[in-house]
Structures are given as structure tokens and as C-alpha cells.
Design a protein around this ligand. Structure first.
Ligand SMILES: Nc1ncnc2c1ncn2[C@@H]1O[C@H](COP(=O)(O)OP(=O)(O)OP(=O)(O)O)[C@@H](O)[C@H]1O
Length: 269
């Protein structure tokens, strides 16, 4: 039976994103059921769970990326800094500026490294020194030293790991508060993966990070909080739901639910 479970965040941890009783359908197909959780500010939160359990669907709700999918239906409330993300007067473009997204496959613009950073900033009317912004953002993505002599080469000429950090820099140049990452390391080699992991630990001083990963060890290494999603066959069909959300150390060492224990110990998924 699908349930909604939320655990109060310790009083010292400020909430930045809230999902309250969120359900999403694609047409008649239920994708996620009754999710309630609070994402803590300036922390890394991992979403883990088997394929098809609704992690990406929920992640996309937070920056209204599901708006692009025909036939999608959403119920419940999603809030950013206490503001209803789906209120009539909220501009989804502004939502995506504040809540940026990095995808599984690096997708640099087919433009120079420089333009990958400057383009979005210019479109958003960035009033400052563009050269300074490009350098600062590439440094923040731990990429400057590798690309400072290649600023006018195509972003597509970089290695996979560099391209993913370029995408991260591109999103950060628009000054978001939240970085949503959908399996950002799944196409990367171990060295590039480690670079991104190290980067996330630094970036959380400035950003709130929500990351989907199929790599349980990675969730254990990088995240402060972990949400475990599962898919259960019920008499009403297959239902995806949030099983448990807790500080990562607790979820990994003393999970409340047997399904969580089985998943984090690699018994299924
Ligand atoms: N655009 C879509 N149209 C129809 N159904 C979809 C769409 N996207 C996802 N679904 C369905 O919604 C359910 C949840 O999918 P979702 O991609 O959110 O899960 P996930 O946990 O992120 O999976 P994975 O780990 O494989 O990426 C699945 O049954 C999936 O088939």
C-alpha cells in the first residue's frame, strides 16, 4: 500500500523546497503517489530507488520541467522558499532560473566554451563584466585551469567529464539557488565522477543540491539526506512512492523499513 511518510527536519536545518502530498500521472499512468518531503537548504539530498520508481518525475516537478510533457497531471503542493511553484502568477521561466537542472547526458550548447556560460547570462540581462563572470563560474565548476586556453573552442570538443562541468557552470552562471541533478555521473568515468562528487561537497555552501543516483555508494559519500523511492504492485496496480526520507547516515545504518534495508544493502534494484 502506498504511503506518504515525512520526517521533520531538525530545527537548525532550514527548508528550501517542499512537496506536500504530490501525485503525478502521465495520462492514466500513475508515476508517483502522495509524496511529502522537505528538502533542506544548503545540503545535498539524494533520491535513490529502483528504475521507474518516480525519482525523475518528482525532481522535474520542482522546476516545472514536467510542464513540457503532454498529458501530465499533478496534484498536491510544491513550494520554493514558501511560495507555491504552481500558483497562477508564477512564471515557470523564473522558476527554472532559480532552480536549475543538470541532466544525465552532458548537453553543452554547440557554441564556444565562453558562449556556453555567457549566452544564458546575456539572455537574462546580466549587467556585469562578462569575462569576469565566465572565469568565476568556470573556476567554481573546477574547470578554469583545464579550459582557460580553449575558451573559443566548441564546448562539444571537451571530454565527457569536462562537458558535464561546463553544463554545471552554465547553470550556475544564471545564479540559481537550487541545483537539480538527474544522474549527472552515470555517463562518466570514475575519475570524472570523483571530480563532480568533490565539487558538490564544496558547492553546497552556496547551493541546495538534489541529486538522483543509482550508485548507492555515491549517495552514501555525498549526501546529507537520502530519500528512498520504491515501486510496489498493489491491487490498484503498480504504485510508486516515497518509502523513507532521513539523514543519510541513519537511512543507511538503521533504516525504518525492510525495503530500504534491502535496497541499500544491494539486495534488489
Ligand atoms: N514522459 C512520460 N510519459 C509517460 N510515462 C512516463 C514518462 N516519464 C516517466 N513515465 C513513467 O512514470 C513512472 C516513473 O518514471 P520516472 O522516470 O520518474 O522514474 P525513475 O525512478 O526516475 O526511473 P529511472 O531511475 O529509470 O530514471 C514510470 O512508470 C515511467 O514509465
Amino acid at each position: 500500500m502506498a504511503r506518504s511518510i515525512s520526517i521533520a527536519i531538525t530545527p537548525r536545518t532550514e527548508t528550501i523546497l517542499e512537496a506536500e502530498n504530490v501525485s503525478v500521472h502521465y495520462g492514466a499512468v500513475p508515476a508517483i503517489q502522495n509524496v511529502t518531503l522537505d528538502i533542506p537548504k544548503n545540503q545535498v539530498t539524494s533520491f535513490i530507488g529502483p528504475s521507474g520508481s518516480g525519482k525523475s518525475t518528482l525532481l522535474r516537478c520542482f522546476n516545472r520541467m514536467n510542464d513540457f510533457i503532454p498529458g501530465v497531471r499533478l496534484s498536491g503542493k510544491l513550494k520554493f522558499e514558501g511560495v507555491d511553484l504552481y500558483a497562477g502568477d508564477v512564471d515557470p521561466v523564473q522558476v527554472r532560473r532559480r532552480i536549475g537542472m543538470i541532466f544525465q547526458r552532458a548537453n553543452p550548447l554547440p557554441k564556444s566554451v565562453y558562449e556556453n556560460i555567457a549566452f544564458g547570462a546575456r539572455v537574462n540581462g546580466y549587467p556585469g563584466d562578462m569575462d569576469e563572470l565566465v572565469e568565476r563560474t568556470l573556476r567554481r565548476a573546477d574547470l578554469w585551469d583545464e579550459v582557460k586556453d580553449k575558451l573559443w573552442q566548441s564546448g562539444l570538443s571537451l571530454s565527457g567529464g569536462q562537458q558535464q562541468r561546463l553544463c554545471l557552470a552554465r547553470v550556475m552562471a544564471i545564479e540559481p539557488k537550487v541545483l537539480l541533478m538527474d544522474e549527472p555521473c552515470s555517463a562518466l568515468d570514475p575519475h570524472s565522477t570523483l571530480q563532480i562528487e568533490n565539487l558538490l561537497t564544496e558547492l553546497k555552501q552556496q547551493y541546495t543540491i538534489v541529486i538522483i543516483t543509482h550508485n548507492i555508494q555515491q549517495a552514501g559519500r555525498i549526501s546529507d539526506w537520502t530519500a528512498f523511492f520504491n515501486s510496489e504492485v498493489t491491487d490498484r496496480g503498480r504504485l510508486n512512492h516515497l518509502v523513507e526520507f532521513a539523514p543519510t547516515k541513519i537511512l543507511f545504518s538503521t533504516p525504518r523499513e525492510q525495503a530500504t534495508q534491502d535496497y541499500v544493502s544491494g539486495r534488489f534494484g
